[in-house]
Structures are given as C-alpha cells and as structure tokens.
Design a protein around this ligand. Structure first.
Ligand code: RP5
Length: 292
C-alpha cells in the first residue's frame, strides 16, 4: 500500500532521528489514520521540543516557543506552503499531509513549513558514460547519503541557498580563506547561473516532521552534460556533511528522507524515461491539494 508520512511517522528502515543527541518517540499512527479527516479518538501525539530550541533567546533561525505572536503570518510570505492554505488550530499550523505522532516543532525551527533547497548536480560518470552520477553528501546527523541542501533562511532566496549549501557542504567553504572562497565561488558560477530544471517544489517526507512543523523543499537540477562545468570541482565535505562523493544514480540507492524520489525525477528528466518518481510525488501533491 502506498501510504504517506512514512519517514515522518518514524516507520522507515532508516536510522532513527536523534534530535541533536536527545531522543524522542512518536505515537504510532496506522496508515489509515494519517489523514486528519479520519477519526482517531485515541490519538495522543508526543509533545516534543528539542533542547536546541529551548535557549533564551531562541536561536536566530527559530520561532518563539509560543506561536501566538506570529499567528497572523501563517499562510503568508515565507510561511506559505507550496500546497496552498494549511489549517491553523490553537495558533498551531497543521501538517498538510496528516498525522505524524509528534506535536509541537520537534527539532525544526519554524512553526508550519520549513523551506529548504537542494542542488542536484549531475554528470555522466567519466569512466562509463552510460552511468549518471550526482554530488552526494553523508549527513552528520543520521549518517545517511543525501542530496546536499539546507534551509532557506528568511531574507535569502532559493537560488542563493542552492549555491551556498553546495559550497558549504561539498566544498567546505566555511573553512576557507577569503581568496580560496572567491576561487571556489568562481568555479561554480557558470554551473549555478544555468539551472537545468526545477524538479520539485513541495512537501518532503522528512524524519523531523511533526503535526505542526514540516519540511518543504525546492530541488533544482544542474546537469553538466559534457562535464566541462564540473571538471575542476574538488569535493571536500564541510558544515553538515561528514563526507562527499560522486554517487552513481543506481536503483538501489538508499538516501535520506525521500531524496530517492528526486534522483528518480532527475533521471527521468535527463533520460526521458517513464514517470515513476514524478507520479509518486504527484500523488503526494494531489493529497494536499496541489495537482500541478
Ligand atoms: C532535507 O533536509 C532537505 O531536502 C534539505 O536537503 C535538508 C535541509 O535540512 P538541513 O540539511 O539543513 O538539516 O529535508
């Protein structure tokens, strides 16, 4: 059965999310009780706020603990969802896909949508050009392979975030001198000035999602068809990444969250194949009211 919020309900076979060293469990939500319209009288989500959000004042990237002061901003501007208007109950935005077994924000900074951006940089494998490869990181938090990416901070754009996260996680930009930074930025300028396609914008089945805070992402494809724009890239992990590599885009990849779907979309886009990944994501979008 194709059900939603698999990672968001903690039902995956992936490593359990550690919430910055703390641990948290979720109330078990059966497949047929995910959608809010289904009665679930016994539902008792676990209220959880990670320690990192509890400092006074809260971290710069986080909302106040009490959402009442920002309630008028929900469904507007940077707090809007890609899936249309979400419900707000008792000043808490409601996850548009459904129940997750956890209430409050978990370890996410924002109430409601937490917007991210992920650059999918793809080339043909130099030793075998029947194989596509993408720049993959190993995440420090779960140890899983993933598409690079990060949060779109208020005041920055998706395109800035795509380049910034790529440079920080795959080029270790934060540890470089000013001269080295300038060289690294120049090295990717052409690649990032010419995105191939926006592959996806919307809800992400991320293990950090809760009933009141969830990830949405923009995944952008940068396909270097002749290898010229990535020839000089020297991969070096940094920031949230412990490792970085060119990973073969094989069918048996096991990536963080539902990043596999985006690799599938990229393969279909480049190779003009079937609509497998696209269809799955379309069903998710349809369920939350956006069939684009
Ligand atoms: C994933 O988390 C997104 O796809 C994005 O890559 C990433 C953003 O979170 P951090 O890497 O900043 O934790 O859901």
């Amino acid at each position: 059965m194709d059900s939603d919020n698999i990672n968001s309900r903690g039902l995956n076979s992936q490593p359990k999310y550690s919430y910055g060293g703390g641990s948290a469990s979720r109330f078990q939500v059966p497949d047929d009780k995910v959608e809010w319209i289904e009665d679930f009288e016994d539902y008792q989500p676990v209220e959880f706020v990670a320690d990192v959000l509890k400092s006074t004042p809260p971290p710069i990237w986080a909302d106040p603990a009490d959402p009442s002061s920002i309630a008028s901003e929900f469904n507007t501007g940077l707090r809007a969802s890609h899936h249309g208007e979400y419900q707000v109950e008792d000043n808490r935005p409601q996850n548009p896909v459904g129940r997750t077994g956890m209430s409050n924000r978990g370890c996410l900074g924002k109430w409601g949508p937490n917007h991210a951006a992920g650059p999918l940089v793809v080339r043909y494998k130099p030793e075998d050009n029947s194989v596509l490869q993408f720049v993959a990181i190993t995440r420090k938090d779960t140890g899983q392979l993933a598409i690079p990416g990060g949060m779109v901070e208020f005041g920055t754009s998706v395109s800035e975030t795509l380049k910034k996260e790529f440079l920080e996680e795959t080029q270790n930009l934060l540890e470089k001198s000013a001269a080295e930074k300038a060289e690294l930025e120049a090295n990717v300028a052409d690649l990032f000035a010419n995105p191939t396609a926006t592959l996806y914008q919307g809800y992400l089945d991320d293990p950090r999602n809760t009933d009141h805070a969830w990830m949405e992402t923009t995944v952008t494809l940068f396909f270097d068809a002749d290898g010229s724009k990535t020839a000089d890239l020297k991969l070096q992990a940094g920031d949230d990444a412990s490792q970085v590599c060119w990973a073969d885009m094989t069918d048996d990849l096991e990536l963080y969250a539902n990043h596999n779907d985006f690799v599938e979309l990229a393969k279909n886009h480049i190779l003009g194949g079937g609509k497998k990944g696209r269809g799955k994501l379309r069903r998710r979008a349809a369920k939350v009211g956006d069939d684009s």
